[in-house]
Design a protein around this ligand. Structure first.
Ligand SMILES: [Zn+2]
Length: 205
């Protein structure tokens, strides 16, 4: 798999040249979790209404390391939690859970008005797809390589499920209200709008 500083430089150049509509086919590596109650229940999604973006919150960690953390939860000692995809710092993408199944990425005791009124399925885990993004530093800004790959990934999910990127891509924070995830986007809300625009561009909208 390509990676490292060379690939990052390449992405930075593309991004800075305003290549909004460039189609770059990201390679998605399927490395599915074992079926277990804590990170991959095997329960099916009821429908796909929204894509929820997250940060991993563990600066400098790789997509593979985060996938393995989800896998390690199967023994039940580290609580519940997972996501469908993890996008790494160099733009690598790991699919942890097939998108026909639910991931445990937005469970909460309370939800926002948006979730209660729009994602009215009781538990938004059953109608959302979760994408985790890795980040090099603790302040949580994402690399261009991560943003590019996440954009391509989100665009393909939007196309498959007939989602509108402006309406149907949101943050963990917008779902639960209390969690600052992804941190950098909570502190810089225009970053989500910019991402939605890039996804729309990648879809030719
Ligand atoms: Zn999150």
């Amino acid at each position: 798999m390509p990676g490292g500083p060379k690939l990052l430089k390449y992405f930075n150049r593309l991004f800075e040249s305003g290549a909004d509509t460039l189609k770059i086919r990201m390679k998605i590596e399927q490395h599915h979790l074992s079926i277990n109650p804590y990170s991959r229940s095997g329960k099916l999604l009821h429908e796909v209404k929204t894509i929820v973006m997250h940060w991993v919150g563990n600066a400098g960690s790789s997509a593979e390391a985060n996938r393995n953390f989800f896998e390690s939860r199967k023994d039940g000692r580290q609580g519940y939690g997972s996501a469908h995809y993890i996008v790494g710092i160099d733009g690598e993408v790991i699919e942890c859970i097939p998108t026909s199944e639910a991931a445990w990425h937005v469970g909460s005791k309370s939800y926002t008005v948006y979730t209660r009124s729009y994602l009215t399925d009781g538990n938004p885990n059953y109608c959302t797809i979760g994408i985790e993004m890795c980040h090099p530093r603790s302040e949580g800004a994402f690399t261009y390589a991560t943003l590019f790959a996440a954009c391509e990934l989100a665009g393909s999910i939007c196309e498959e499920h007939h989602l509108n990127p402006y309406r149907d891509i949101t943050t963990h924070k917008a779902i639960v209200g209390w969690k600052d995830c992804p941190k950098h986007w909570c502190e810089n809300p225009w970053e989500l709008q910019s991402f939605q625009r890039k996804v729309a561009g990648s879809m030719g909208l």
